[in-house]
Design a protein around this ligand. Structure first.
Ligand code: NAD
Ligand code: DAU
Length: 356
């Protein structure tokens, strides 16, 4: 028996697999296309490499998925695989439709067929966990209460629309076929192994290299930040004890304006790695054009997972961010490896600057 993780070579999947293989003897099969966001080197330091099998492939390759499910007698699937960056979805939505919608549909079909053929006991115990996002709920006004599991979906970007479509498919497979599905809707993650296109690692890298720290628009957009290890802990609880057919919101309750995040990072770096000229990293902050359709505010009400499954985040934002800064300061080799030529092209296109 094994679990199948898709997209496990990305940020959250890597953190999940490191945690799983450190604590469980049950192997994890990792189906990942290894796009620009997937990094097989993340697993070089696994304490138990025999517990992890990386298979390069597309989550939408039905034959491959069917083969892996049967060959490894998979008892649960966690679907992390996605195109995940909002800005990329604005510049080029096609890949988001292909992976996040059509890919998930094909994966669900492979899973449905496999699951339907299982004997009674493993069929009842089987789980399909869809790792989704709070962005499917759209944007909150300043005074609105945080998203709950019953907040209507109102996605605003091609990314969030594609994730919403996938979540609806998952819901329909539960409703129509009785597939034992679970869906989680999580807020913004930060922590080790996050690709430096997302706000926190992009700021750390740019700060240390003396580049501008790009703040979209007025920087007063608000996000609910959660350390990735708390997300991983929540996913493990939902997988183990979540009720099939249910959705669970996951969030840190640490709502911050983007400018607070930027300034907090600058202050941390000022202490840990002062600039040679003695000025603050805040001097590198640059307001740039806003993201089209930028959601002003997300906030997650995580009462359900707290009440039903006893989940609580362990990290507060300040200590989690400090630990994250330490990780990036130490992992210069990782940063060098993941910033391929493609990365440089992306930064040039998105921010309109040459990247040497
Ligand atoms: P990521 O971009 O870091 O990693 C995505 C992974 O999926 C990569 O390893 C990539 O190679 C793989 N992948 C992409 N297309 C694929 C395909 N067609 N077939 C197989 N593999 C493919 O993303 P992440 O930040 O780790 O997010 C993981 C999941 O969690 C996503 O579904 C995302 O929507 C969701 N999520 C992310 C956050 C966040 O803050 N990062 C918050 C909530 C939910
Ligand atoms: O809310 C969960 C979502 O969080 C996940 O579903 C997504 O996969 C993940 O990428 C993240 O989406 P965001 O768009 O919120 O994350 P990002 O790091 O791209 O941006 C965070 C905020 O910072 C957002 O308001 C945009 C802003 N921003 C981002 C970048 C990259 C800037 O101001 N400047 C930047 O250069």
């Amino acid at each position: 028996m094994a679990i199948l993780v898709t997209g496990g070579a990305g940020f959250i999947g890597t953190n999940f697999i490191l945690d799983w293989t450190a604590t469980e003897a049950e192997p994890v099969v990792n189906l990942d296309l290894l796009t620009y966001a997937g990094h097989p080197g993340n697993f070089e330091r696994l304490a138990h490499p025999e517990r992890h099998l990386l298979v390069r492939g597309d989550l939408g390759d039905r034959e491959l998925a069917a083969d892996l499910l049967a060959r490894h007698r998979v008892r649960a699937v966690l679907n992390f695989a996605a195109e995940s960056h909002v800005d990329r979805s604005i510049l080029g939505p096609a890949e988001f439709i292909r992976t996040n919608i059509v890919g998930v549909f094909n994966l669900l079909e492979a899973v449905r067929e496999y699951w339907a053929g299982l004997p009674d006991a493993p069929r009842a115990a089987f789980r399909f966990l869809q790792v989704s996002t709070d962005e499917v709920f759209g944007a909150l006004t300043p005074e609105a209460p945080a998203f709950t599991e019953t907040t209507p979906y109102a996605p605003n970007s091609p990314y969030s629309a594609s994730k919403a479509a996938a979540d609806h498919l998952v819901r329909a497979y539960r409703h129509t076929y009785d597939l034992p599905t679970l869906t989680t809707n999580c807020s913004n993650n930060y922590g080790p192994f996050q690709f430096p296109e997302k706000l926190v690692p992009l700021l750390i890298v740019n700060a240390l290299e003396g580049r501008p720290l790009p703040v979209y628009g007025d920087g007063l957009q608000r996000r609910d930040w959660l350390h990735v290890s708390d997300h991983v802990a929540a996913l493990r609880l939902v997988l183990a004890a979540g009720r099939p057919g249910e959705t669970y919101n996951i969030g840190g309750g640490q709502e911050k304006a983007n400018l607070e995040v930027v300034e907090g990072l600058c202050d941390l770096l000022d202490r840990r790695r002062p600039r040679p000229d003695g000025r603050s990293y805040r001097s590198q902050v640059t307001h740039v054009a806003d993201r089209p359709g930028h959601d002003r505010r997300y906030a997650v009400n995580a009462d359900k997972i707290q009440a039903e499954l006893g989940w609580r985040p362990k990290h507060d934002f300040q200590s989690g961010l400090a630990a994250t800064v330490e990780w990036y300061l130490a992992e210069t080799g990782w940063l060098e490896n993941v910033r391929s030529g493609g990365y440089r092209d992306w930064i040039s296109k998105q921010y309109g600057v040459a990247y040497d």
